[in-house]
Ligand binder design. Structure first.
Ligand code: SF4
Length: 485
């Protein structure tokens, strides 16, 4: 098992119920996801060949996964030839250990980081802290999360659950007082306009960048043909992280590899339009090995398995590894929009989190068993996914896996009784007709406006969160016999 589930998180139904009670959170999320959704739709609508691009992206990813062993070895060979080193990590603990050792070897106790899902997945910041190393997040949204002692709630916009006023408060508290006329702290006299918040973050980060000797990044893509690490981001902070320090360490999942440099032509069109609704990415940095007069003198890539090989072995579930982390599926998901990312209890929230988490970590924990059910199966995620991951198909597949994993355990008594009674009833047309007559008669006692608002006893769980349509007064067969004598 690998990766981080947020400690102490309840399973999704309980966490979602708590989140639904937070009206401010729902307002923040609705506003943010609507804005990103509209931008994405406009950007995608501009391209007449969008469907062909999606198909090309899917094809490249599937081809790579089929030959992953070959492309990973090619990547290692090219990185080594360019003066870098590749390290292989079976799980989160091993990846963290390798990175901490590499930092220790430099004699430094501080690192700057560009936003990386893989390092969140392994809980790298905590592991580094335990090794006496301080990691500074430099992506603006990650910085907000770090200074707020918070958890990320979105793949692309980790602080999506915060509004400007809340961010201003975090900056004032953590960077300096920011009172009018007081510019002693990093925050200075601070309002909540985006440019003021960005300026405060810039001042706060500038000094960390200039003294940083070690940079840590993730990767959007790893190019096997050239041994190149590609980082796509919006603010330029990532570029500082990969080019200023003496030592650069990249931690990335093994599925990030693409065969050829030319494949980026497809993904660098799909990614920005799907994620931020932009035609191209503001900053795309690519790094290959080391050079004598420029950039890091040491270059390391740590390749993380972390449950990916096991996922690859599943013919249906493996499509989750095609993900390019654009977050389009989160922004259209009606469940995510209402409950936010924390309810999913892991670093990958939303529809992709619901299929990736239980595969990378297995379904042993209550959180992971609940995630395949954290969806309405409406299919909106499948429609927007730039690499055509059939998320509803994988969700249903994982639900079956959850049921199978519990098949040998005794069901709660009442549930087994109800299922036994249902089998007995449905196996005979005569018994089914009798049950329909009884249900219609019973429904007359509890129905209001054609719906049942509350079922009694253990059945109440069905009506806790939804109404039940009342059974028809007569069955189709009875109606047919009556109207077609
Ligand atoms: S599953 Fe598809 S839509 Fe969701 S983040 Fe991954 S690539 Fe984007």
């Amino acid at each position: 098992m690998s990766g981080t589930t947020f400690l102490g998180m309840p399973a999704f139904p309980q966490a979602a119920r708590d989140a639904l009670g937070d009206a401010q959170l729902r307002r923040n999320l609705a506003e943010a996801t609507r804005t990103i959704r509209d931008k994405r739709a406009e950007a995608v609508g501009e391209l007449p060949d969008w469907e062909e691009l999606r198909e090309a992206g899917r094809a490249v990813k599937e081809h790579t996964l089929r030959h992953l062993d070959r492309y990973l070895l090619q990547f290692e060979e090219r990185v080594t030839a360019a003066g870098g080193s590749v390290h292989w990590a079976r799980d989160a603990a091993e990846a963290n250990r390798i990175v901490a050792d590499l930092v220790r070897r430099t004699g430094r106790s501080e690192v700057v980081k560009v936003k990386s899902m893989a390092t969140q997945e392994t809980g790298l910041n905590t592991a580094l802290e335990q090794a006496g190393i301080r990691a500074y997040e430099t992506d603006l949204a990650e910085l907000i999360v770090q200074l707020g002692h918070d958890r990320p709630s979105h793949i692309l916009v980790p602080a999506i659950h915060r509004n400007r006023a809340e961010i201003r408060e975090i900056f004032r508290r953590e960077m300096g007082t920011g009172a009018a006329g007081d510019d002693a702290g990093d925050a200075g006299p601070l309002g909540d306009e985006p440019h003021e918040l960005a300026e405060a973050a810039r001042r706060h980060l500038r000094e960390r960048f200039l003294r940083a000797e070690v940079g840590i990044c993730g990767a959007n893509f790893l190019v096997a043909e050239t041994g190149t690490v590609v980082v796509a981001e919006s603010e330029g902070n990532g570029r500082m992280c990969v080019s200023l320090p003496e030592t650069l360490i990249c931690l990335a999942g093994i599925e990030k590899v693409v065969p050829r440099w030319q494949d980026l032509e497809v993904f660098l069109q799909l990614l920005p339009r799907s994620s931020t609704g932009e035609r191209m990415n503001p900053y795309t940095s690519s790094w290959t090995g080391t050079a004598d007069h420029d950039g890091p003198r040491e270059f390391h890539v740590v390749l993380l398995d972390g449950g990916r090989t096991a996922t690859l072995a599943d013919p249906i579930g493996r499509q989750a590894l095609n993900c390019i982390r654009c977050s389009a599926c989160l922004n259209v998901c009606p469940v995510y929009e209402r409950v936010g990312g924390h309810a999913y209890g892991s670093v990958y929230p939303g529809p992709i989190g619901a299929i990736l988490g239980p595969q990378l970590r297995g379904t042993a924990s209550a959180v992971d068993r609940s995630l395949p059910y954290a969806s309405t199966l409406c299919g909106a995620c499948y429609e927007v996914c730039p690499v055509k991951i059939n998320i509803p198909e994988v969700l249903v597949h994982l639900r079956a896996r959850v049921v199978d994993s519990r098949r040998r355990r005794p069901l709660p008594g009442w549930e087994r009784l109800v299922m036994g009674a249902a089998r007995w009833t449905l196996s005979s047309p005569r018994r089914l007709a009798g049950a329909q007559r009884i249900a219609a008669a019973a429904a007359r006692l509890v129905r209001r406006d054609g719906r049942i608002r509350r079922l009694p006893g253990p059945l109440a769980g069905w009506t806790d969160a939804r109404d039940l349509p009342a059974p028809a007064p007569e069955s189709f067969r009875t109606w047919w016999r009556r109207t077609h004598p």
